[in-house]
Every structure is written in C-alpha cells, then in structure tokens.
Design a protein around this ligand. Structure first.
Ligand code: ADP
Ligand code: MG
Length: 222
C-alpha cells in the first residue's frame, strides 16, 4: 500500500460483453475514488452495470479498458493469481448470498478466509464476531441462521482479513427494513473505522446511509 494513495481508485473503466453480433456495453468510462472512511453507494436501475463495476473494482472481473488501483497498487490487467492475492489482502467482498461455505460453521468460515490469505488471526475473528453480534452463533452453520444473522456472518467473512476496501453487492436485497437498517449501521461503523466502503444497491435506504452516491445509467454516470 502507498500511504498517500486512496484505498480505491478507478479510472475510466470500460467493460463490454460480446455474444455473436450482440454487444452489451456494461460500463462506459466510469471513474471513482473512495477515501478511507468513506461510504459510497452505487445506484441505478437493474442492468445499469452496478454488479459489473463492483466485480471490476474487486478484481473478480477484468475491465476491457481503464485501471483499478487498490491502495495505490494496480489490480486490473494482471494475471488472475496476482489479482486473487491482492484481493485476499486488501479487499472484502459481500454478496446477497453465497458468502459462506454451507458445510462449515460461521467461525470456521472466517478462519478459512484468514488461512487462505496466510493470516490466521483468532483474536480478530473473535472481536469481529463479537462486534457483529454473532459471538453466540459462531458454531452455527449458514443454513441455521436467520436472514439478519446470515448478512452479519457474510460481513464477518468479508472483514476476516481487515480489508482496506469493502465492496458489497446488494447486501440487503433479501432483508426486511429493520434488518436492512441494522446491516447499514454495521457498514457505517466499518467506514467510521477507516474502511473504504462501496455498496451497490437499488434500495433508497442504502443511498440515504451513504456519504455519496454514484448513479449509473446504462453503464455511464447519470
Ligand atoms: P446491475 O448489477 O446494475 O443490475 P449488471 O452489471 O449485472 O447490472 O449488468 C450490466 C449489463 O451487462 C446488463 O445489460 C447485463 O445483461 C450485462 N451483463 C452482465 N454480466 C454479463 C455477462 N457475464 N455476459 C453478458 N452480459 C452481461
Ligand atoms: Mg447487480
């Protein structure tokens, strides 16, 4: 990490999907910089490019043009193995579902993600589960959790390696309003502790909780 660089910086990101003669221009020149402690919402209608943008920011997908830097280090246009290593150390990703392996307990899921990054840290795992209100659910398996518990456990997995950047794609999509608010409070807490947080969502509650909103329309800022 470069001390002066923002945790997350995207410069003129383009992403096109081609199938035969069909071309979908999913992202058309998106730039974004997120500072430590900032909470940015990415909004826009379904199909506007929110998920594609988060995948490019997190190095899960490779943009066709433009550059993504995390902590000053370029993550785009690198071999996948290098992108994966950078992601493991610098980025936490949270999705609506599928954050955990179903056959492992909550605690084992967090431990696994730490071990994959080569950084076992049981003290941080305990702190995290405690802060997220999961200390007494740590031996539960994903199928045994309520919607709110499941969202918080997914967040614990995303934060397992103390990432500088947290990217969340529709993390509250399946939650009732009260539970959504609780999860948004937790995301705000992470930002207050210095994490750069980006949340893609069409929920007005997410935009209302954010410091700043980037609205996409057919892959462009609107
Ligand atoms: P959002 O998350 O805002 O709903 P997406 O980023 O999922 O939007 O999709 C943006 C556009 O890119 C849509 O038109 C979608 O159909 C298209 N798209 C997304 N992923 C793929 C893919 N793997 N192959 C082809 N088209 C895709
Ligand atoms: Mg999406």
């Amino acid at each position: 990490m470069t001390a002066s660089a923002p945790p997350l910086e995207a410069d003129e990101i383009y992403r096109f999907y081609r199938a035969g003669d069909e071309e979908t221009r999913a992202l058309r020149g998106i730039s974004l910089a997120v500072a430590a402690g900032e909470f940015v919402a990415v909004t826009g209608p379904s199909g506007s490019g929110k998920s594609t943008l988060l995948a490019c920011l997190g190095g899960l997908d490779e943009p066709d043009g433009g550059t993504v830097r995390v902590g000053g280090v370029r993550i785009s246009h690198r071999p996948q193995v290098e992108r994966t290593a950078l992601r493991a150390h610098l980025i936490g990703m949270l999705f609506q579902s599928g954050n955990m392996l179903e056959h492992l307990t909550v605690r084992a899921n967090v431990d696994l993600v730490q071990r994959l990054a080569g950084r076992p840290d049981p003290a941080w795992r305990n702190t995290l589960l405690d802060e997220l209100g999961l200390a007494d659910r740590d031996r539960a398996r994903p199928a045994q959790l309520s919607g709110g518990e499941s969202a918080r456990a997914g967040l614990a997995v995303a934060l397992a390696n103390r990432p500088a950047v947290l990217l969340a794609d529709e993390p509250t999509g399946e939650l009732d309003r009260r539970t959504e608010r609780r999860v948004l409070d937790l995301l705000r807490d992470r930002a207050a502790q210095g994490t750069a947080v980006v949340v893609a969502s069409h929920s007005p509650a997410v935009a209302a909780a954010a410091d700043r909103t980037l609205t996409l329309d057919e892959g462009r800022p609107s």
